[in-house]
Ligand binder design. Structure first.
Ligand code: BGC
Length: 363
């Protein structure tokens, strides 16, 4: 075990986690801060495997869904805690055209391509090194995605830095460069339950979103292209409200996705690229909240609709439908095929750079 402790009792530690089926060693990084927050990240998929945070009474629990061994992550993970890419979320009919050339991707979600294809960034072993400075600790992950991998053009050099801040934020800084025009959309796919993973459904969690609009989808969860107002629909979270009524609504959009699984258009003034508060989930019994700060245009709210009781989580409990929520900061789904959505094209000489912060607290 390699440990290093810096000022203000923050520390970053690494230790072996396991070996993949094809023989690659995987390390686990453990980040802690002075307030009792502990985050564990493995180099396989850049997966966040555990986030321990105190509740209102100081009782710590792991609020991040995951497994307790590498083999489960390799064979059955529904993208728990991972870095999703090269294109997070869906691309319609698993194809897109860029500069007049058509690219074909893996159709791994019905007719569509989801989260980078068959072997996305969530299934790669990333190069890692510890990061320290300014009273904060972190881990820097790097992956070189070769030209043509999963059908995407261009060698993409990707860096993702996870930093645990002194004020209980898990900041994720993504950067990428390419040597040929390509499309990029990166996110983290953590599933959360503020009562603790395996502690039941998230129906009583209360959500606030800074979003006046969302992107309605068709039956295969591809956006229709419309930016629809949330007003008068189950998608209106501008005043905080529990997930339960909407999650069980008969609204056509909810029926298509078996619950919330939709991209929201975050409110943002034209040209504003600052990192700002986009969402807040609160659980009134334990008092924990999770805030999402981001510079991204969209936020996928997913309520664990496809968890079906077949996965046994880290603490030995099965995960059932709606046992977690994900708040995935990103560009809108299917942007490469939607000329009216903000562009996800990255060209040589440009740098893809985005930041998201998951901030933990109690109220
Ligand atoms: C998608 C869901 C999908 C899940 C897979 C989410 O980002 O929106 O539709 O089932 O990822 O784990």
């Amino acid at each position: 075990m390699t440990t290093s402790t810096i000022a203000q009792n923050a520390s970053v530690t690494s230790q072996p986690y396991g070996t993949t089926a094809d023989g690659q060693s995987v390390e686990e990084y453990i980040l802690t801060n002075a307030n009792g927050v502990e985050v564990r990240i493995i180099t396989y998929g850049g997966i966040i495997t555990s986030v321990q945070v105190p509740d209102r009474d100081g009782f710590r629990a792991n609020i991040n869904l995951g497994f307790n061994n590498l083999a489960d992550y390799e064979t059955k993970s529904p993208y728990f805690g991972c870095i999703a890419g090269r294109y997070a979320n869906r691309i319609a009919n698993a194809e897109f055209t860029l500069d007049g050339k058509k690219y074909t991707l893996a159709a791994n979600d019905g007719p569509n391509s989801l989260h980078g294809g068959n072997v996305g960034f969530d299934k790669q072993v990333w190069q890692a090194s510890p990061v320290e400075g300014n009273g904060e600790v972190g881990v820097a992950l790097r992956y070189l995605s070769p030209d043509g991998e999963e059908g995407y053009p261009g060698n993409l050099d990707v860096k993702v830095v996870y930093t645990l801040t002194a004020d209980n934020g898990l900041r994720i800084d993504y950067t990428a460069t390419t040597d040929a025009p390509t499309v990029v959309n990166l996110t983290n796919h953590a599933y959360w339950n503020l009562m603790g993973e395996g502690q039941g459904a998230i129906y009583d969690h209360i959500l606030w979103l800074d979003a006046d609009r969302y992107t309605p989808v068709n039956e295969t969860l591809i956006p229709t292209g419309e930016l629809a107002p949330v007003e008068g629909t189950p998608f209106d979270f501008r005043i905080p409200k529990p997930l339960a009524p909407g999650q069980r609504s008969n609204h056509e959009q909810i029926v298509f996705a078996r619950g919330y699984d939709h991209n929201f258009v975050l409110n943002r003034a034209e040209g504003d690229t600052s990192v700002k508060l986009a969402a807040r989930m609160y659980e009134p019994t334990c008092g924990r909240y999770l805030e999402v700060w981001t510079d991204q245009p969209g936020l996928q709210v997913y309520a664990g609709n496809f968890l079906n009781g077949t996965l046994v989580g880290a603490s030995g409990r099965i995960y059932r439908q709606s046992d977690a929520f994900a708040l995935e900061t990103q560009h809108f789904p299917d942007s490469p095929n939607q000329p009216n959505f903000p562009s996800t094209v990255l060209r040589p000489g440009e740098t893809y750079q985005t930041t998201t912060i998951y901030k933990f607290g109690v109220a």
